[in-house]
Design a protein around this ligand. Structure first.
Ligand SMILES: [Zn+2]
Length: 1129
């Protein structure tokens, strides 16, 4: 605390990331505690009597004054952005739930001929697959896949792999016996028992079907990048052709074809039906399994005609690129003739290798590609059962590194490309997004538990549907075609779950083992001397107070609790009928008890007056506190008792390290080890107390968010385990001082956004894949509960999860599938399952694999793997592994796909779609999370690692790893104003990331998501500062963190003479929107002729340039070429 005691020096923006503030992505909070029906007062009621050690004091307000603390210049320069890092989490606790079989009441028999089996009913012959979803949810049985949290590819039994915490956990999931055989041929005859699962299903509501603005990314877009090596003449893989004969689908009349191939859905009805049939089986028939017994085509009575697809079929639907990047120099192509050309010709690409590969040496990175859509997913015709333009999963939900999957492991290994997905399962709906339709009837494969999706095939005249994952035929529920309530025919082709890749099912009671929990938030607030010196209690109190209305509480069930900590625990009792909080101080921390168990967990609505009183007095209450301890561990244990079995979110806000209890932290000397191999030790927890506790809490649906303030060493590496293993978030504000306004505003805004974010509670995420594919490693913040089940006590919209996939056997189908299902409870108490299904074509052509590789997804996956490795091995190992991977991929391309496969070359040929790969690899190596050198404090690095592990692919790559740079002195007239058509602010063209771009006459803005740098040249035109700051003399603008005033006061037009101010504020708002408002960046004024630290920080973000310890982009390319020429990869 010594540091804290004395006024701190202004934060230094040193390269090390001096103060970086970072926060963990704030996303949904999910505390939830809740009063399940059985609200149980604390299970610990026994200790609830205040003991002698508890002093009861009235929390009466002490006069609150200005926050004590050292004063620091409000403009002190601050430093750098860093980011917390979560690491892969260990297995998570089981969700509550019991397995569900589905006892549906017999349903009224609609007038359909034929026997119908409910897909929800289980029969003896095909028992419900293991239901790992909170045990309530029937889950598919998959072959044992091992989880490798930390990417050790072991072959052990699943159980052995699980963390010990799992052991003994009463998962209600039955041993996956039956399910294991998910892929074995289905029983000869599927008992049609469950016939009566007739529950009265509601009608699917497709709220979004009308939104046609944005389409999934369709095939047509594909051409954007170069001609895809798709054999035109043999588009249909053999399997499909072979299947092309007899299928009969339920007559769907005049259905238009799904138009993956670009075929307009306007085929004549007759033909459409034929195509459909063909497609049907072709796409999903699993060779090897007995051919589906297809009866002769029959017309199912009541099957309405398929709807024609409107317009474009599967059109590209990615939102338009947010900005136009400045076109970089396009290196001249080196014609590669010979066999390559020939191959292209064979592939129907034509002899135009230029479209396929580029030579990158000597050129600038084409950063504009970061705004492009991924390579198109080209599915065989009629892969969907209904012609729909929404069947392709948008990459913001799920993004594959390979949009054409090699059919064999041998081919995959030959390319050296990583195969994996980056999944953002709880992505927030944003402006321009297609709405996610909700469906009230859940239909799943009896055997593998896959949810029905657009890629199933109707067989036997439409009476059964064939699972696209395992091939099993399931009965079509009667309610697909008939509404028993209204006694009207229904149109199955309009079902949302057959038309959309992403849907949300409203889960029935079988998916719950208890009433849905309400949101519950327990705030643990550090009020020790260290925190008081920073003025933290006051700011935190005000921040929570101002965010009370943003906390999800639409149904009035939300609960909150407050525990203040120093060397003791301070509980606050608030009653609904009183606005006067009472404080209990517990000094005896050996056996923590709750002094007033019934009045500590407060209903946010009912106790509002008392809560407001407490928060408004928090600063003054502890203004004179000189206690120097930190009782975080006992506070966490108290929170566990407080939340009991309800679950909830614990938000720990700390300015000092824990000093009491088993989890107390011994501070490690950091300085001398930075930049040495011993630095890696500082990134590992010094004890397992937090990890073990997180595992335990995960089981009872308790998640942790951790927020750190100030520069006092706190061993964030150890404390990170709390958020990492519970799906939580982490933020760090190293420059925090109550008197330093920019950082206070940053914290307040980010915290408020975090509290107000959409939240999913008591969630579990399962990923299913087609036969032959196996998930091997996961990255992100979660607890791995079983082989393919991630436990997320809290899931937030900004968190993504990466998974690596391997081929355990050859793929025999033309298309493979991944389906993720996120079972969660909404903040308003509804149990829902968000399901997304991604279909990817397979190929045996290595050119196609390279051509369809997604460099952003690859960069995201590789960076997540690298930082994960940094946490378990050496930082240097992580850097080398990343660099080596980039080298291997480019080397493999040269060897396998170019003419000069073995000879030395003067160029560096790269597939066009992967041309940014070297740059992105270099960017990761230069990023705070992996940067070499001795100036990155462990806390800053951990924060960065946490962000890399949790950010979605797009945001993690740009702007977080690759910032955006704009010049402000020559903004185009339209920049900073809303686009006339879309209403979205137009961004200026961005510049290459090099100091060459910075003119002394100019003014520039660099944005990396977390921070903004405003670079001002020494000879800048005073008119610019006049128009931006309303200050004529730029010298009067202080360096360091500032707030750019907004002179427009909400108007949609700039004030006269202040146009630049208007434009820049709009541009910044737009940039923050692109980051989902995860961050509220501080703006650092960085002048060309001063601010050494700030200039250093800025230079570290100019990725084209050489910096100490890392080469320039061109040097890096030369290194790669030389190593490849030497064959050293
Ligand atoms: Zn199945």
């Amino acid at each position: 605390m010594s540091n804290q005691g004395a006024p701190q020096p202004p934060p230094q923006p040193n390269a090390a990331g001096a103060a970086a503030r970072t926060g963990t992505p704030p996303v949904g909070f999910g505390p939830g505690s809740s009063p399940l029906t059985q609200i149980r007062p604390q299970p610990l009621s026994r200790t609830s009597t205040p003991s002698t050690s508890a002093a009861v004091a009235s929390a009466s307000p002490a006069p609150s004054d200005a926050v004590p603390g050292n004063s620091r210049s409000p403009f002190a320069s601050q430093p750098a952005p860093f980011h917390p890092s979560p690491s892969p989490a260990p297995p998570a606790p089981p969700a509550q739930g019991s397995q569900s079989s589905s006892p549906h009441p017999p349903r009224p028999q609609p007038p359909l001929a034929g026997r119908v089996t409910s897909p929800l009913a289980y029969t003896a012959a095909s028992p419900p697959a293991t239901n790992m979803y909170g045990s309530t949810m029937p889950i598919q049985a998959r072959p044992p896949q091992q989880q490798q949290l930390y990417q050790q590819p072991q072959q052990q039994q699943p159980q052995q792999q699980q963390y010990q915490q799992n052991i003994g956990y009463p998962t209600s999931v039955p041993p996956t016996s039956a399910p294991q055989q998910a892929w074995s041929p289905p029983p000869a005859s599927v008992p049609a028992t469950a016939q009566a699962s007739g529950q009265v299903y509601g009608q699917a509501t497709v709220s979004s079907s009308t939104s046609s603005r944005r389409r999934l990314y369709p095939e047509q877009m594909a051409t954007a990048y170069s001609s895809p090596p798709q054999p035109s003449s043999q588009q249909l893989p053999p399997h499909q052709q072979q299947n092309k004969q007899q299928h009969q689908l339920p007559p769907h009349p005049q259905g238009a074809l799904p138009s993956y191939s670009g075929a307009p859905p306007s085929s004549p009805p007759g033909q459409a039906a034929t195509n459909q049939n063909t497609a049907g089986l072709g796409g999903f028939f699993v060779p090897g399994a007995a051919p589906p017994a297809i009866s002769q085509p029959q017309t199912v009575s009541g099957l309405p005609p398929m709807p024609p697809v409107s317009g474009a079929g599967i059109q590209a639907a990615y939102p338009a690129a947010p900005m136009v990047q400045q076109p970089g120099y396009v290196a001249p192509m080196q014609p590669q003739m010979g066999d390559v050309t020939q191959q292209f010709s064979q592939m129907g690409l034509g002899p135009n290798p230029q479209d396929y590969q580029v030579s990158v040496l000597g050129g600038k990175p084409q950063l504009s590609m970061l705004n492009d859509e991924p390579p198109s997913i080209k599915l065989p015709p009629n892969t969907t059962c209904v012609p729909t333009s929404y069947a392709i999963c948008h990459p913001s939900h799920k993004r594959s590194t390979l949009n054409a999957v090699p059919k064999t492991d041998k081919l995959l290994k030959k390319t050296k490309l990583p195969f994996g997905l980056v999944i953002t399962p709880f992505k927030t709906q944003q402006q321009g997004d297609d709405l996610i339709p909700t469906v009230t009837e859940i239909v799943r494969c009896r055997r593998c538990r896959t949810y029905i999706n657009p890629f199933i095939v109707f067989v036997e005249g439409g009476r059964r549907w064939k699972c696209n994952m395992c091939g099993l035929s399931n009965d079509v529920p009667l309610y697909f075609d008939y509404d028993s309530a209204t006694q009207m025919q229904k149109d199955r082709w309009k079902r949302a779950d057959l038309n959309h890749a992403v849907v949300e099912f409203i889960a029935p009671a079988e998916y719950m083992v208890r009433p849905p929990m309400p949101p519950v938030y327990v705030f643990i607030i550090d009020v020790s001397y260290a925190a008081v010196q920073l003025g933290a209690p006051e700011v935190i109190g005000q921040a929570i107070l101002s965010s009370l209305d943003r906390i999800p509480n639409s149904d009035g069930r939300t609960k909150v609790a407050f525990i203040a900590i120093d060397s003791a625990l301070h509980f606050f009792q608030i009653r609904a009928d009183s606005a006067e909080p009472h404080q209990f101080v517990i000094n005896d921390l050996d056996d923590v008890f709750l002094p007033a168990p019934k009045d500590l967990l407060l209903n946010l609505s009912e106790c509002r007056a008392g809560i407001e009183a407490l928060l408004s007095r928090l600063g003054s209450m502890f203004k004179s506190n000189h206690s120097v301890g930190n009782a975080l561990c006992p506070a966490i244990q108290s929170a566990q008792k407080l939340l009991g079995n309800l679950g909830g979110k614990v938000i720990a806000m700390l300015a000092s390290p824990p000093t009491v209890g088993e989890g107390k932290i011994e501070l490690r000397a950091e300085g001398k080890d930075l930049g040495t191999p011993r630095e890696s030790d500082l990134l590992r927890p010094q004890n397992n107390w937090y990890k073990n506790l997180a595992a335990e809490c995960s089981r009872v649906q308790i998640a942790f968010d951790t927020i750190f303030f100030g520069q006092q060493p706190m061993d964030i590496a150890t404390l990170s385990g709390l958020a990492r293993h519970t799906g939580g978030s982490q933020f760090y504000y190293p420059s925090f001082m109550a008197t330093y306004k920019p950082e206070v505003e940053r914290f307040t805004q980010e915290f408020s956004n975090h509290l107000g974010a959409q939240v999913g509670l008591e969630a579990v995420l399962r990923i299913r894949a087609s036969k032959g594919l196996r998930m091997t490693s996961y990255y992100g913040n979660f607890f791995l509960r079983s082989l393919d089940l991630l436990a997320l006590p809290n899931v937030t919209p900004n968190h993504s999860y990466a998974v690596e996939v391997e081929l355990e056997e050859n793929l025999t189908t033309p298309v493979v599938f991944f389906q993720t299902a996120l079972l969660h409870t909404t903040s308003y108490g509804e149990r829902r399952i968000r399901v997304s299904t991604l279909a990817l074509p397979t190929t045996d052509n290595i050119h196609t694999v390279f051509h369809k590789a997604d460099q952003i997804a690859i960069a995201s996956l590789l960076s997540k793997k690298a930082v994960d490795r940094a946490l378990v091995a050496k930082l240097e190992d992580a850097r080398e592994a990343l660099q080596h991977k980039a080298l291997e991929i480019i080397g493999a391309f040269k060897t396998e796909c170019t003419q000069s496969s073995s000879g030395a070359t003067t160029q560096l040929q790269i597939p066009r779609t992967l041309q940014l790969l070297p740059f992105l690899a270099l960017a990761s190596l230069k990023h705070t999370s992996l940067r070499s050198g001795n100036n990155v404090p462990p806390a800053i690095r951990m924060t960065a690692i946490n962000f890399i592990l949790t950010l979605p692919a797009e945001q993690g790559v740009q702007p977080y790893t690759v910032p955006r740079l704009y010049s402000l002195h020559d903004l185009p007239a339209e920049a900073g104003y809303p686009d006339e058509q879309t209403g979205i602010t137009v961004l200026p063209p961005s510049l290459g990331l090099s100091a060459e771009a910075l003119s002394p006459y100019g003014m520039y803005l660099l944005h990396d998501g977390h921070d903004i740098f405003l670079w001002i040249g020494r000879e800048v035109n005073p008119a610019l500062s006049q128009s931006l700051f309303n200050v004529h003399d730029v010298r009067t603008i202080p360096s360091g963190g500032i707030n750019i005033p907004d002179f427009s006061s909400g108007s949609d037009k700039p004030a006269k003479g202040l146009e630049l101010n208007f434009q820049v504020n709009n541009i910044i708002r737009r940039l923050n929107d692109l980051c989902h408002n995860l961050w509220a960046p501080v703006i650092y004024v960085c002048k060309e002729d001063s601010d050494t630290h700030l200039r250093l920080m800025l230079s570290q973000r100019l990725l084209d340039d050489m910096v100490p310890g890392a080469p320039s982009y061109q040097q890096f390319l030369n290194q790669l070429r030389d190593k490849i020429n030497r064959g050293s990869f």
